[in-house]
Design a protein around this ligand. Structure first.
Ligand code: NAP
Length: 293
């Protein structure tokens, strides 16, 4: 019987996960299929019940269900529980366990693309949403020494909230929250890694938003050390305006396509126990980005 994998979200549009995982499945010649499930919020519970049946091996979870799916699962892996979001569900004989592979995908891809070694390093993360949370916890688990989280929302104070959530788990690490407007006052020379974990720079982002965010970093570009790595979790486009500026300034860059591929590879290993072909997955994503997006 063909085993079923898939991604659940809403709206899904042309999910890159489908061509990425189908490319792996074809290359490996295994009897699996990976489908997309565009599910309305009111149907999520019924959909999860359907994922328990024999034959469904695993599911990816994307916006807006990474948190909403958690109460419907039988257990949650410790790393995903601390992050507070699940992007992968594994079906073990009808028992559903939630994982989060975004962070490990981030760390593995960062290492592959730039050789960055997190131990003791100073990191600035822009944004305090789901991606920022996964990236922050994984970098902290990998041993960074200092984390600065900059976010725009002053009212909700998302950066403060994330910093307070992190501190008890990593008491020895210096964690600081700040509004994005204060970025120009940062000691940029100290930074080893800057991560954009906001959607600013995605295809169709308003030029004004890009200008506002990169404008705040502009003085920093001039003062950054030449070995500072600039990273962006956005995968469409593969090279965002921030990464282009950094590349032209001679800095090392890391993009969201590689992160997407490695988080997918980690999910694939959980479901099948098989090491997937990274290069095939990467080519499939880049091809799909050219074709559809
Ligand atoms: P999210 O939970 O909605 O968080 C978005 C964050 O960006 C929030 O902190 C938000 O601040 C901030 N932000 C939004 N617009 C902004 C603007 N114009 N200026 C400054 N800050 C702004 O979203 P998410 O799930 O973290 O996703 C963020 C990005 O990561 C998306 O582009 C997504 O595609 C990407 N992602 C990539 C991967 C991958 O594998 N490569 C995996 C996951 C996510 P406020 O609090 O002020 O709203």
């Amino acid at each position: 019987m063909t085993s079923l994998l898939g991604v659940v979200g809403h709206p899904l549009g042309h999910s890159l996960s489908v061509p990425m995982h189908m490319a792996s499945i074809f290359t490996l010649g295994i009897d699996y299929v990976y489908l997309s499930f565009d599910i309305l919020p009111e149907d999520l519970s019924a959909a999860v019940a359907g994922f328990r049946i024999e034959g469904v091996k695993g599911i990816n979870v994307t916006i807006p269900y990474k948190e909403a799916i958690m109460p419907y699962l039988d257990s949650i892996d410790e790393h995903a529980r601390i992050i507070g979001a699940v992007n992968t569900v594994n079906n073990d004989n009808g028992k559903l366990k939630g994982y989060n592979t975004d962070g490990i995908g981030y760390i593995m891809s960062l290492k592959e693309q730039t050789g960055f070694s997190p131990l003791g390093k100073c990191v600035l993360i822009l944004g305090a949403g789901g991606a920022a949370r996964a990236v922050a916890f994984s970098l902290l688990e990998a041993g960074i020494g200092k984390l600065i989280i900059a976010n725009r929302s002053v009212e909700l104070n998302m950066a403060e909230k994330l910093a307070s959530h992190i501190k008890p788990h990593f008491p020895g690490v210096h964690v600081q929250a700040m509004p994005v407007e204060h970025l120009p006052s940062l000691p940029f020379q100290e930074l080893d890694l800057i991560v954009n974990a906001t959607p600013v720079g995605m295809k169709h982002t308003k030029q004004q938003e890009i200008k506002e965010l990169s404008g705040l970093l502009q003085p920093g570009h001039l003062l950054l050390r030449s070995d500072t790595v600039i990273s962006d979790v956005i995968y469409n486009p593969a090279e965002t305006p921030l990464l282009k500026t950094a590349r032209l300034a001679g800095l090392k860059t890391h993009n969201g396509v590689t992160m997407l591929v490695y988080q997918g590879a980690e999910s694939f290993k959980l479901w099948t126990g098989i090491e997937p072909p990274i290069e095939v997955m990467r080519r499939a994503v880049l091809h799909a980005l050219e074709e559809v997006h």
